[in-house]
Design a protein around this ligand. Structure first.
Ligand code: PPE
Length: 305
């Protein structure tokens, strides 16, 4: 299978053709979900292609492995270089980057101790995650029948592949029911996050987002909090219930793939007047200017390839 998406994938230190980037069927991670991964975006800027918050993503990748109890066999600098090489060698100006670390084939059964750790980095063009018009018109979401992780069942500060079965089930349920995306509640019924996004609500000019307990420590989440506070908007990290989402003036999702996507309907209830709200739009403007290198206040977020 050749791919129109990109030519080469970095695997354990070498760039290999897309269709040769394969693993053995007895790979531990394939059976038990023990991989850790990242999603990173690279944007075209006036200074050339630049990766958004590259070091923060690489740090999270290393933390994810550390939480699961294993070590990625490269330095952070080597991984940063490998990501830039993968982008350059594929000739990609703008892309999504997917580093994935996984445990190899040396063992049978659950015990991960002593199994080799591998790393791959793929990159491909990935446009708007939630549909072409989503960034402007917003999306329709449902509250999932699946709960988000309990922090003593899954260690949510690790972006581990195994946890994503929960996201896949929620996403599938939402799509089959005619929605674009799901909102998951935590095991106590508080709003947690989307299947692959952090969530924010706006009420009376102030912003709320759930604290980092059962949700991923989103890098976009943190960036948008900084943009909001710099613009003089209050942001509180606190729990809230699904009915507070229904009566919010504005709701939006953040994520590397989703960027900053307005939510215009939840469980068939319109949010505000059912369109992207003014605070969401203002945050999008500043955020998109920042990631495209057009706002010097956030120049520290970009790493030129
Ligand atoms: N929560 C979850 C569960 C999540 O997967 C993501 C990223 C976020 C929040 C936002 O985190 P950040 O990207 O650091 O702002 N989801 C990744 C995977 C998407 C996919 O379909 O795969 C992403 O956006 O890259």
């Amino acid at each position: 299978m050749s791919s129109p998406e990109s030519k080469l994938i970095w695997m354990d230190g070498k760039l290999v053709p897309w269709d040769q980037a394969n693993v053995h069927i007895l790979t531990h991670t394939l059976h038990y979900g023990t991989g850790v991964f990242e999603g990173i975006r690279c944007y075209r800027t006036e200074k050339g292609s630049a990766v958004f918050r590259l070091r923060d993503h690489v740090n999270r990748l290393f933390n994810s492995a550390h939480i699961l109890g294993y070590k990625i066999p490269y330095t952070r600098e080597e991984v940063i270089d490998a990501i830039k090489t993968t982008i350059r060698e594929n000739g990609l100006e703008e892309c999504y980057i997917r580093p994935l670390a996984w445990l190899g084939t040396e063992g049978r059964g659950l015990n991960p101790i002593g199994i080799s750790v591998h790393l791959a980095i793929a990159a491909w063009k990935w446009g708007t995650y939630l549909g072409a018009e989503a960034l402007e018109n917003g999306i329709k979401v449902m509250v999932s029948s699946f709960s988000r992780h309990h922090p003593n069942i899954s260690l949510t500060k690790s972006k581990a592949t195994g946890w994503y079965l929960n996201s896949v089930l929620a996403k599938q349920e939402a799509i089959k029911n005619g929605f674009d995306e799901a909102i998951l509640l935590d095991t106590l019924g508080n709003v947690a996050e989307g299947s692959g996004e952090n969530i924010f609500i706006v009420r009376n000019g102030a912003i709320k987002t759930p604290p980092l307990v059962s949700v991923l420590e989103g890098i976009t989440r943190e960036s948008v909090i900084r943009v909001a506070r710099d613009s003089g908007i209050d942001v509180v990290e606190t729990y809230f219930s699904r009915d507070e989402v229904y009566i919010a003036d504005e709701v939006f999702f953040t994520g590397t793939a989703a960027e900053l996507t307005p939510v215009c309907e939840v469980d068939r209830r319109k949010i505000g007047d059912g369109k992207r709200g003014p605070i969401t739009e203002k945050l999008q403007e500043t955020f998109f200017a920042a990631i495209q290198g057009k706002n010097g206040d956030y120049a520290d977020w970009l790493d030129v390839v």
